[in-house]
Design a protein around this ligand. Structure first.
Ligand SMILES: Cc1ncc(COP(=O)(O)O)c(C=O)c1O
Length: 360
């Protein structure tokens, strides 16, 4: 074992008496968190400690220059074995390191990432809610910790994992507004990375969209304002005729784990799926001739979020009622069944979290 782990258990669990069935997304944190530090060119001090404040000096580079990335993933209780399971942990591990590479940060070793996750989930397994649409949301994140005011990559970093019991993210179908002024990502930029700054940049446009009665922005490319990119913090899919289409990933679109899982599951169900550029004109045409049957977003938090209405240049375009849709609702149910391990893991996406021994 290259990275020894220390475990400090809380003496004051907050779990007792907590109603896991009525928690707002991302506000309640489990009893413990994982911490590891990168210094002198290597990862060290891996530990599980009680969830609580961390202390840094105000010169912390992450605060000034935004060298900060994260992941979002889920653990559920397996409906088959009753043990905790992680969904596609390997994909999230690969993606955090793709983000790290783009932001000139060190790679997180697989042992640190996986053992950190598994140890935390195993210790806090009582925090995994077990009702429809719920999960233990896991937030691995990495940030620069040098105390220095100067633009260069930090020499030191902290990697942490938090866990939040959560219910459904967007409980209702969403109304989305096509971006006309703001841009999420440019070729050559950091759109494909889960960089904290991407989310900061999206807040003002999202706030404006909200004030106009929409839930999310449908981002277009920043060069021609013509091609669909993503929808808020989700990848976007449309069902046009009998074909499910989604924009191809690249350096402007996050390679969503739910997106990839959806494509594979839809293909396995016999659906026609195309990864190709979708222009706003194609969408307008499909809306006009009635072939635009569905739109939905995919993401770890949202799973599948049905689009009720999309809006472009001052016009609202309603989509067919959810009960008349044949792709999004089935996909959502299949993904949830998959994550809960209620159906056979034919894709090899489920990682059981083993019981820890000798934890006091
Ligand atoms: C910008 C963005 N796009 C897409 C997604 C969906 O990715 P995933 O399915 O891996 O959660 C997310 C969120 O996780 C996101 O933040």
């Amino acid at each position: 074992m290259e990275y020894p782990f220390e475990i400090q258990m809380t003496k004051n669990s907050r779990l007792e008496g907590l109603d896991l069935s009525s928690l707002p997304f991302g506000r309640t944190f489990s009893d413990h968190m994982f911490v590891a530090d990168y210094k002198d060119g290597k990862w060290q001090d891996c530990k599980i400690v009680p969830y609580g404040p961390i202390s840094f000096n105000p010169g912390l580079m992450a605060l000034h220059y935004g060298q900060s990335i994260f992941e979002g993933m889920k653990a559920n209780v397996s409906k088959t074995t009753g043990e905790p399971v992680l969904f596609r942990a390997d994909k999230h591990f690969q993606r955090i390191n793709k983000s790290a590479e783009r932001l000139a940060m060190p790679q997180v070793p697989e042992e640190v990432f996986m053992k950190g996750l598994e140890t935390l989930v195993s210790i806090d397994k009582g925090w995994i809610p077990n009702y429809e649409g719920s999960a233990l949301y896991l937030r691995p994140f990495l940030f620069a910790t040098d105390e220095f005011l100067g633009v260069r990559p930090s020499d030191t970093y902290r990697f942490m994992i938090l866990a939040c019991p959560v219910g459904p993210y967007y409980p209702k179908p969403v109304r989305i507004l096509v971006a006309q002024k703001y841009v999420r990502a440019f070729p050559g930029g950091v759109g494909f990375a889960k960089a904290a700054g991407n989310y900061a940049a999206s807040l003002k446009p999202a706030k404006i969209a909200k004030s106009e009665g929409y839930d999310q922005i449908l981002w277009l490319d920043g060069q021609e304002f013509k091609y669909l990119q993503e929808c808020g913090t989700m990848n976007i899919f449309a069902v046009i005729g009998d074909t499910v289409v989604t924009p191809p990933t690249g350096d402007t679109i996050l390679d969503g784990v739910t997106r990839d899982s959806s494509i594979q599951l839809l293909k396995a169900m016999g659906k026609k799926v195309e990864e190709r550029p979708i222009s706003i004109n194609e969408l307008l045409q499909a809306q006009a001739d009635g072939s635009l049957k569905e739109m939905f977003g995919t993401g770890t938090a949202a799973v599948v979020s049905h689009v009720e209405t999309w809006a472009y240049q001052g016009t609202d375009y309603p989509l067919p009622a959810i009960e008349d849709r044949v792709v999004g609702p089935v996909l959502k149910k299949t993904l949830e069944d998959y994550k809960n391990n209620a159906i056979e893991d034919t894709m090899g996406w489920i990682k059981p979290v083993k019981e820890l021994v000798n934890v006091k």
